[in-house]
Design a binder for this molecule. Structure first.
Ligand SMILES: Nc1ncnc2c1ncn2[C@@H]1O[C@H](COP(=O)(O)OP(=O)(O)O)[C@@H](O)[C@H]1O
Ligand SMILES: [Mg+2]
Length: 348
């Protein structure tokens, strides 16, 4: 039985796994439940997501990659080990694992992830940069001479990159993204409606009645929460106008990240982007009308990629299918020996 080739998109909100020859086989929430006393990992993924805001004190819910930084390596290790085991079952040969992390993860953290992945059961590991995988998955021709802009809006970060001839020439990351939109809805409701709502409710409001600009006709949704003062349960309507007013500032910050990249883009490449437009990936790009608002603010053509949440995993799938993409862009798999040598060199 041949060894499997697996691509893991370690996102701040979701983890997607692509298996070579099969496609995307798994999408789970990037979240874990730990024993509050011992710190042992008790459960992972979607099962835990349902518990958010309802968990007993004996359980601690953690988002190990929440803001695009790795806050808990033990949990990441448990996650990688669990998913490798789930995909590979009892196969004797260890898999080749490709991992994609948010662009904001530091070099040191990346090296730790390499070591963790080997310890978690990978035969060899290859780390790839997220904008690169996202661009491939969105169908961009990354080898083209002209500069292309890709904007990935995830849970924890909005990452903007300009890619030309297969390399990332410029990139910027901002913390205004999906989670911050949810938080701004929670803050607005507390301030303006004296209502406290949980994370999952804020997420529902954003998805059901959230728009990046005023929407007419106005939509509404009934949501449950707590009165801020009396703490009694309440059920109120939240409208698309309120959701927009809540999110407006964060949406502005997301657009500023894109603007800042243009300030540093060399003129020839800015001209290329004028021709090609901007491609949006990541779950946050599903916020309705965000593409239209970005178009109005920049004057550029804006396109949301097909199935934007899956772009990174799909891009890794393409890299696994076509070794030439990997080699052509200086990505390579490292084994335990390579990493051991690296670690020894680092210690010297
Ligand atoms: N229909 C939608 N409208 C608005 N936001 C959405 C929608 N679907 C998903 N999102 C948001 O997308 C974000 C997750 O995107 P994803 O690309 O999976 O993130 P990451 O790569 O950081 O794990 C979350 O903040 C989620 O609320
Ligand atoms: Mg992502």
């Amino acid at each position: 039985m041949a060894s499997l080739q697996i691509g893991i998109d370690l996102g701040t909100t979701s983890i997607l796994i692509h298996v070579k020859g099969k496609g995307i086989v798994l999408q789970e929430a990037s979240i874990a439940a730990l024993d509050a006393v011992t710190g042992d990992v008790l459960a992972l993924g979607n099962r835990v997501y349902q518990m958010v805001g309802r968990n007993p004190d004996s359980l601690r819910v953690v988002h190990p990659m929440r803001d695009g930084v790795i806050s808990d390596f033990t949990v990441i290790h448990a996650m990688i080990a669990y998913y490798i085991k789930k995909i590979c079952g009892n196969r004797l040969l260890k898999p080749s694992v490709m991992i994609c992390m948010p662009a904001s993860v530091t070099g040191l953290e990346r090296n730790t992830i390499l070591e963790l992945a080997i310890a978690a059961g990978a035969a060899r590991v290859c780390l790839v940069e997220e904008p690169f995988a996202a661009a491939l998955g969105a169908g961009l021709n990354i080898a083209s001479l002209g500069g292309q802009m890709i904007v990935d809006i995830g849970g924890g970060t909005t990452d903007v990159a300009v890619i030309t001839m297969g390399s990332i020439v410029l990139s910027r990351s901002g913390k205004s993204a999906g989670n911050k939109l949810n938080e701004s809805i929670q803050r607005y409701l507390r301030r303006e409606r004296h209502m406290i709502v949980g994370d999952l409710t804020a997420e529902t409001i954003k998805k059901k009645v959230g728009f990046a600009r005023l929407h007419s006709p106005e939509l509404g949704i009934m949501v449950r929460g707590q009165n801020y003062i009396t703490r009694m349960p309440v059920c109120n309507e939240v409208t698309s106008t309120q959701a927009y007013l809540a999110m407006r500032e964060t949406i502005g910050e997301m657009i500023s990240v894109v603007r800042r990249v243009f300030e540093e883009t060399p003129p020839e490449m800015a001209g290329d982007i004028l021709d090609q437009g901007i491609v949006l990936t990541g779950g946050g790009s599903l916020l309705r009308d965000f593409d239209a608002v970005l178009h109005l603010e920049t004057g550029l053509h804006v396109r949301v990629a097909r199935d934007p949440i899956e772009c990174v995993a799909r891009g890794m799938g393409l890299m696994m299918e076509h070794n030439s993409i990997l080699e052509g862009n200086n990505y390579y798999y490292r084994t335990d020996d390579d990493i051991g040598e690296y670690a020894r060199n680092r210690a010297l």
